[in-house]
Unconditional design. Structure first.
Length: 330
């Protein structure tokens, strides 16, 4: 567990949650002064609020992951909140860039977002787990051939969607004038070509966007990945831990597959070396005493090679199956 920066108050996400809640009730109920949404409403219902990116590159993967972790919910069209069926959890669909702020300073108990956004938002959240997706880096970029030294951009015009991190980075390089950092919301890579910037700070994964815009990487500010975060002031510590374990179980399961095969007993020592399993393989005797059945976890990325090796070692009836979830420990 890793703690990031500092925090304070609670913000009214619960109002949105409550609005959605009353939206599904008769109109009179929504107008009843006794039932006017207020920040405590959600606490009273006792539900954990879980912030999920509402669109963009992280959305589909995260929704798939939450379903794989057993969070069953139905999201009504146009509603940004969905109540889970079997757990006192509501998913709140928010812009990825705002989730860290809601978790650090609002009523949202947990969330999923990038480490870049957490750093930019300067909030106090608990990083529970890396999710192995959204891996990229935040880099200083400049028109190809113009400079290889970020100090040459200090004091000049730099455009970005990460003004806090950009200002901090260039503040450490400035010897004279302050860098003129301008914030725009997207397509930052266009800003040098359109005469707005001398350099930019933007995310790079494959480098395709950067190169297509005629830019090159000058320096890396930070590496980032998508993470599961929690509000340090949440009252739902046990539920947070339950969800963390479920998500961790799903992620581990998605990295492994189960291989089962039969092998002559006298060749078992060879097969065991090929499939040592996570702790050890499970071995069952067969009717024919000369044979045993083996099952073992294998990494998905190595499964095909392992099957080739097992066959070459004399194993037969080799089957590979997917694992949908797990509790294996971290
Ligand atoms: N090219 C990329 N490769 C990997 N991860 C990325 C990439 N671009 C962005 N991310 C991660 O996804 C997060 C959200 O990205 P971003 O704010 O660009 O949203 P988006 O998915 O493009 O949707 P939107 O349409 O709202 O801009 C980033 O903060 C970063 O952590
Ligand atoms: O190195 P690459 O693989 O090309 O990825 C990097 C691009 O991905 C992100 O943009 P996105 O596609 O989210 O669009 P945006 O510029 O509108 O945010 C990021 O802002 C870069 O522009």
């Amino acid at each position: 567990m890793h703690r990031i920066a500092l925090s304070t108050a609670r913000a009214p996400v619960a109002a949105a949650a409550a609005a959605a809640y009353y939206g599904s009730r008769p109109r009179e109920a929504a107008c009843d002064p006794q039932l006017v949404p207020h920040p405590e409403r959600h606490d009273r219902r006792g539900e954990l609020l879980f912030g999920v990116p509402k669109k963009g590159r992280l959305h589909e993967k995260i929704v798939g992951m939450l379903k794989g972790a057993g969070l069953e919910y139905k999201r009504e069209a146009r509603l940004d909140i969905a109540h889970c069926r079997d757990l006192p959890v509501s998913l709140v669909f928010l812009p990825a860039a705002d989730i860290a702020t809601y978790v650090g300073e609002g009523d949202v108990d947990m969330g999923i977002t990038g480490e870049d956004i957490i750093a930019e938002s300067e909030v106090d959240v608990i990083e529970l787990m890396r999710l192995g997706m959204g891996k990229c880096r935040l880099s200083v970029q400049a028109p190809a051939g113009s400079t290889q030294d970020p100090r040459q951009l200090a004091g000049k015009r730099v455009v970005t969607s990460f003004p806090v991190l950009t200002k901090k980075y260039f503040a450490g390089l400035e010897t004279g004038a302050e860098t003129k950092v301008k914030c725009i919301s997207g397509s930052v890579e266009a800003s040098c070509g359109l005469g707005l910037a001398d350099g930019i700070v933007d995310l790079v994964e494959t480098g395709t966007t950067m190169r297509a815009a005629g830019l090159e990487e000058v320096s890396v500010i930070m590496h980032t990945e998508t993470v599961l975060i929690a509000n340090p002031h949440s009252h739902h510590k046990e539920l947070i831990e339950l969800l963390r374990k479920r998500i961790s179980g799903f992620i581990t399961a998605s990295r492994y597959m189960m291989v089962t095969y039969n092998v002559p007993r006298h060749l078992l020592h060879v097969a065991r070396q090929i499939t040592p399993g996570k702790k050890s393989p499970s071995i069952q005797p067969l009717e024919d005493e000369a044979w045993v059945a083996v099952s073992a976890l294998v990494e998905k990325s190595k499964a095909a090679t392992i099957m080739d090796s097992l066959e070459a070692a004399g194993a037969t009836d080799i089957l590979l199956s997917a694992i949908h979830s797990s509790r294996m420990g971290d």
